[in-house]
Design a protein around this ligand. Structure first.
Ligand SMILES: Cc1cc2nc3c(=O)[nH]c(=O)nc-3n(C[C@H](O)[C@H](O)[C@H](O)COP(=O)(O)O)c2cc1C
Length: 190
């Protein structure tokens, strides 16, 4: 590919000072020579999913979200866990793509960066795999204790985590550029 890889990045936390948003910004800096990262900022504007509204002309915010996903070569999701699950705004947005299938065959990297995050990570992997996201075991990463591993600018200060994030970046790049083998859902989901 002669151009940069277009990545749409979604933070499951809509907080202004979110560590997940900062992590995305940090990854954008780490990958600035290979990725063109566009941060999707409309997550909280997406209406509540309702199959009755999932028609040929969906709500404009939904159409915009789908268009951003469609235009990207890859999707990066960084999210915390809320109350042992996936943040509602993120799950809501993904639910709108089940019928329109923007995730299908699209290379996806998932980072759950939270206090612990295990349940949200497993749950989200199940969702991403059932909607046919293209993932490998190396394009998913759970980062517990995120707040002690990143600074306010999104620089990853924990060297082990930095290594794992770099590995994920490489794996996502490989998935976009090569026809890498993908994994089966039961391998990752509890
Ligand atoms: C309402 C609420 C519920 C939370 N529940 C969990 C949880 O179940 N598991 C967990 O690991 N962290 C939980 N946390 C902590 C967040 O994951 C943690 O603060 C994280 O850093 C937030 O991500 P952000 O900085 O990107 O907003 C919760 C935080 C909030 C506000």
């Amino acid at each position: 590919m002669s151009r940069k890889i277009k990545v749409i990045a979604i933070s499951g936390s809509t907080r202004k000072t979110s560590s997940n948003l900062n992590l995305i910004k940090g990854i954008a800096r780490l990958t600035s020579d290979i990725f063109e990262i566009n941060i999707f900022e409309g997550l909280s504007d997406i209406p509540q999913f309702n199959p009755d509204l999932d028609l040929e002309t969906p709500p404009i915010q939904v159409a915009d979200f789908r268009q951003h996903l469609k235009a990207a070569d890859a999707i990066l999701i960084c999210t915390p866990e809320y109350a042992m699950g996936v943040p509602g705004t993120l799950k809501n947005a993904i639910d709108w793509t089940v019928s329109s299938m923007e995730f299908s065959k699209k290379p996806v990297a998932l980072i759950t960066a939270s206090l612990s995050g295990e349940k949200a990570h497993a749950s989200l992997l199940g969702t991403l795999l059932i909607i046919e996201s293209k993932m490998t075991v190396d394009t998913q990463l759970l980062i517990p204790g995120i707040k002690s591993k990143i600074d306010e600018q999104g620089n990853i200060t924990d060297q082990l985590t930095l290594g794992l994030v770099n590995k994920l970046i490489q794996s996502l790049t490989d998935l976009v550029l090569k026809d890498a083998d993908t994994i089966e859902a039961p391998f990752l989901v509890n």
